[in-house]
Write a protein that binds this ligand. Structure first.
Ligand code: GDP
Ligand code: MN
Length: 397
């Protein structure tokens, strides 16, 4: 589950990580009030107005702007709120901005220069350890740094049993070129960040930039926090942070129905049981000139009700020109799935207007095929993978 920047920062702050402080607002009036309040609390004279959407690169898209007066807070908030923000990480139409974060300006001039670092905490699946990735090249596109100057990205592996050790935090501060107060502040920052990552059961923290201020404080200016969905049962207070407006509506509905659905851009809807078979099916579609419109794993129980829900969800996507059902009957018998398909089709009346190709293989595959053929419905029944591919090509031609 992904969070907004302001929510991620709240979690960081609750574990003692220094953050750029801010107050969220949904109207320009609230934004001005927030700015006043922030000035009382922090003494800041300028404010940054930051669009809250689940996408990075907001700065580049005009979703992060500095305001030097309360009039500017009002004007900028007014222009950002409600806009469709397009960034390198959104679709071409962009994401609607419902909220802005009014944050203290932390790039104030002072004794020393400000520096922007990159830091993320995540699981390294290859080693089974947690990992802190960090770089002196913060604030910008980390993908570009990884491509052009990979030697400027460092990794620190952390044994989950031992936790982050003192020398590791110091090594990170050292590699970032820090000394004196900033060095100490960075070791504290890294330790708190790691603790926050573990205790919040997060799947990813990405803080870009981590800022060294001109008076040598270390603070999180941005926060991309992704919580581990499987841990939400022990973080009841995090559950309500979910913002459904940021998520794909069809995916939300499918997940509520217990289906594992991911929306894609193509024209062939797929209904499959098992993630591995779903991936293979998507390859098959692509090799035969189609593009998968979705990933849908109906799981082990492909009964009539689930199949019907699956069809209804797939058909919500107007780009779907054909549906390929590819189910392997291992535990679930093919004839039961076939019956499910026939029942679902009948129930849906004339809601299905695209050709359906059904490939059922495994236990009672023959009976399944007969059942579908006998039903007289407009469903193309096959048993082999190649046949299914052939039919996809035919119906798309
Ligand atoms: P992103 O573009 O979505 O990654 O959003 P960020 O939160 O990283 O902000 C983008 C950029 O805005 C940062 O890299 C900074 O350069 C700038 N920025 C953020 N906070 C401040 C601030 O307090 N003062 C100033 N002057 N610039 C800021
Ligand atoms: Mn950022």
């Amino acid at each position: 589950m992904n969070l907004h920047e302001y929510q991620g920062k709240q979690i960081l702050n609750s574990f003692g990580v220094n953050i750029q402080r801010g107050i969220v607002a949904t109207t320009p009036e609230e934004a001005v009030e927030a700015a006043k309040k922030l000035t009382k609390e922090t003494g800041t004279g300028w404010w940054v107005i930051k669009a809250q959407v689940h996408a990075g690169g907001r700065g580049k898209g005009g979703g992060v702007k500095l305001a030097k007066s309360l009039e500017e807070v009002q004007e900028i908030s007014n222009s950002i709120l409600g806009m469709m923000l397009v960034t390198p990480q959104t679709s071409a139409e962009g994401k609607k901005v419902h909220q802005v974060l009014i944050a203290e300006d932390v790039y104030y001039p002072g004794e020393s220069e400000t520096s922007e670092f990159y830091m993320s905490v995540l699981l390294n699946r290859a080693t089974g350890k947690n990992m802190i990735m960090y770089s002196t090249e913060g604030g910008m596109d980390i993908e570009a740094v990884a491509e052009k100057t990979p030697h400027l990205i460092f990794h620190e592996e952390i044994d989950p049993e031992l936790g982050l050790l003192g020398f590791q935090a110091r090594k990170i501060a050292f590699n970032l070129g820090l000394s004196g107060k900033a060095f100490k502040e960075m070791t504290k920052f890294v330790s708190a960040l790691y603790t926050a990552y573990v205790k919040s059961d997060s799947a990813l923290f990405e803080i870009n930039p981590v800022l060294k201020t001109s008076d040598d404080k270390i603070i999180a200016v941005d926060a991309k926090v992704s919580l581990d969905d499987n841990s939400l049962f022990r973080h009841k207070d995090y559950v309500e942070l979910r913002d459904f407006r940021e998520e794909n509506a069809i995916e939300v509905e499918a997940n509520a129905a217990g289906l594992n659905y991911v929306d894609l851009d193509g024209n062939v809807g797929c209904m499959v049981n098992g993630a591995g078979l779903a991936m293979a099916t998507m390859d098959l579609i692509k090799q035969n000139g189609g593009e998968p419109a979705n990933f849908l794993d109906v799981g082990g129980t492909a009964d009539a009700e689930r199949v019907e829900t699956g069809f209804r969800i797939i058909l919500k996507d107007p780009n779907v020109k054909a549906i390929l059902v590819n189910i392997f009957g291992g535990i679930v018998r093919c004839d039961r799935v076939a019956q499910g398909i026939v029942d679902a089709y009948r129930n849906m009346g004339d809601a299905i207007k695209v050709p359906i190709i059904v490939r059922l293989q495994g236990t009672n595959a023959k009976e399944a095929k007969e059942l579908i053929v006998k039903s007289g419905l407009d469903v193309i029944s096959v048993t082999e993978f190649e046949e299914a591919a052939e039919k996809v090509r035919e119906v798309l031609a």
